[in-house]
Design a protein around this ligand. Structure first.
Ligand code: UDP
Ligand code: MG
Length: 325
């Protein structure tokens, strides 16, 4: 029985070794074999060297490193890891962060669950209690409310990317080759049976989170655009409403003029109306632009990521041999 861990790494130089040691300490009693796929997602620090050092020190062929040509983002790193895991042909694949916020002990728990419940294809960890500020959690709750109303697939609130998947689901996920990737949507779009397991997130000890409010907002917009076309229909909806309102208002004005002879309201009303209608039109054009821009990029069919080096103990050993000769 074997298991492959996909570990996206962006500026995690201080976490690579402690992460690996924590995994070793957690898995030493287990009966499964573990492969490690570290993805160096264009880190600006020493992450790549730390991974190489680990591979050379351990002298094990079960540690791999995909070194991206630049930073492509965690979504791309997860996709690359899943492709590599498919080639390794392991029974289960796990996605886990490198920063030790997700304790590998949950991998054992997820594995035990799926092993004794073979009807399930995936176990996903979710945070029962989120340790974050009120404002951020308000925005996250609102996001989930909106997306669950307008998307064709359900989104499980607080579900993380920390999950264990079987081969069948892995193969399905790899058929989702869109450029703009929103994993929470992709995991739910492919279906399969998922069990949600509560877990506690640890504090980050080294390095810092790469999320800012702005990047979270952009990610949320990506999610909505990727999994719903309802915003596009807003144009038809508001257009129809304002068209009907204008006809009704026109009829009222004509009747008032003919019966009581009231003068038509003046300049301020017109300015307000122009600004109002103009504003709505611009917002709707913006929404259409978002979809169009994303469609444009998708049609280029650019690769989701590019690999500069595909490293393992064997390949690093060969390069060292060449240098020595
Ligand atoms: N990560 C990545 N590429 C990026 C940003 C992050 O591979 O562009 C990795 C990062 O190294 C970590 C995981 O994704 O292993 C989660 O990132 P982070 O800790 O910043 O997110 P948070 O835990 O704050 O949600
Ligand atoms: Mg983190």
């Amino acid at each position: 029985m074997n298991l492959t861990l996909i570990i996206p790494c962006y500026n995690e130089e201080e976490n690579i070794k402690p992460f690996y040691e924590k995994c070793l300490a957690t898995f030493f009693k287990e009966t499964f074999n573990v492969n490690y796929i570290f993805i160096n997602d264009g880190s600006k620090d020493n992450t790549l060297n730390e991974i190489k050092k680990l591979i050379l020190n351990e002298k094990k062929s079960n540690i791999y490193c995909l070194n991206f040509s630049r930073n492509f983002g965690k979504e791309a790193a997860m996709f690359a890891g899943m492709q590599k895991s498919q080639k390794l042909n392991t029974q289960y694949t796990v996605i886990i962060d490198a920063d030790l916020q997700q304790d590998p002990i949950y991998i054992v728990k997820m594995y035990e669950f799926i092993h004794s419940n073979p009807d399930y294809d995936c176990v996903t960890c979710y945070q029962e209690k989120r340790k974050e500020g009120k404002i951020l959690s308000f925005f996250k709750n609102t996001f989930y409310k909106i997306i669950n109303k307008i998307s064709e697939v359900p989104f499980y609130q607080n579900a993380s990317d920390f999950r264990l998947i079987n081969q069948k689901m892995l193969n399905a996920l790899l058929q989702m080759t869109e450029y703009y990737r929103f994993s929470k949507g992709i995991f739910s779009w492919v279906g399969f049976n998922t069990y949600y397991m509560p877990y506690e997130v640890n504090k980050r000890i080294h390095g810092q989170s790469s999320w800012s409010i702005l990047s979270l907002f952009r990610y949320a917009i990506n999610g909505i655009i990727g999994f719903s076309t309802i915003p596009l229909k807003l144009a038809t909806f508001t257009g129809t409403i304002s068209f009907l309102a204008s006809i009704i208002y026109g009829i009222i004005i004509i009747i008032q003029k003919l019966t009581v002879g009231i003068d038509i309201a003046g300049y301020p009303t017109i300015v307000c109306l122009i600004l109002f209608i103009g504003g709505i039109q611009m917002i709707l054009l913006g929404i259409i632009g978002e979809y169009l821009g994303k469609t444009y990029i998708e049609t280029k069919k650019r690769p989701i990521y590019l690999i500069k080096d595909d490293l393992s103990f064997q390949s690093i050993g060969e390069t060292n041999d060449e240098k020595n000769n």
